[in-house]
Design a protein around this ligand. Structure first.
Ligand code: GTP
Ligand code: MG
Length: 186
């Protein structure tokens, strides 16, 4: 199995996807203050040297797609989704209407693509000074891990949570490959 993984990050405009992808890939600005909406999509490529799944530590090449929250780019979604093995849903605390946005994104990026719950995670992203709780998400998200992300006071845990998510996706992918191999051998 290849140690490459394609992950897409989606969510409403201005919730912090570009900031999070810059932070996770250790490239670009993190919280410069100025908001520049992403046009279409950006792709960040980086290596994670130490991901443990199936009881072994491996190095994983990550392709992280930072998808614009602007729905005028929806025509690009089929290209963006192709071959994605994981989806990160991001939204902002204190914004109940974001639950509906995430529901629609779940339908398009997970359900219709056959991406399972083990391949998804939700980040409720707290910008500095952000208040409030995450919205109540629909039942589609019941089995999906939900994580609060804070870059300013606890950025280490965001890296760990992301590492755990990549491990979960890789573990899931290797189970799928194993099942396919067993099926062929039967
Ligand atoms: N300091 C700081 N600023 C943040 C953080 N997260 C987001 N911001 C700011 O909030 C604004 C919006 O963040 P972006 O990361 O551009 O949001 P986005 O989700 O990529 O937005 P679209 O590309 O339009 O979908 C920018 O001005 C960021 O600098 C954070 O953790 N810390
Ligand atoms: Mg962006």
């Amino acid at each position: 199995m290849s140690n490459k993984v394609k992950i897409v990050m989606v969510g409403p405009p201005e919730c912090g996807k570009t900031t999070l992808t810059n932070f996770l890939s250790e490239s670009g600005e993190v919280g410069s203050g100025e908001y520049r909406p992403t046009k279409g999509c950006r792709i960040l490529e980086f290596e994670m040297p130490n991901v443990t799944y199936n009881n072994t530590a491996a190095s994983v090449e990550v392709e992280l797609w930072d998808v614009s929250g602007d729905r005028t780019y929806e025509t690009c979604w089929p290209v963006i989704q192709r071959g994605a093995q994981g989806v990160i849903f991001v939204y902002s605390p204190g914004r109940d209407e974001h639950a509906r946005v995430l529901d629609n994104l779940y339908t398009h990026f997970a359900e219709q693509q056959g991406v399972s719950e083990a391949q998804c995670v939700v980040f409720c992203h707290y910008k500095p000074g952000a208040k409030g709780k995450g919205a109540k998400l629909s039942t589609s998200f019941n089995k999906i891990s939900k994580i609060d992300t804070h870059l300013d006071d606890d950025s280490g845990s965001v890296k760990r949570d992301f590492n755990d998510f990549i491990a979960s996706v890789m573990g899931h992918m290797s189970d799928v490959v194993e099942r396919q191999e067993n099926f062929i051998l039967q």
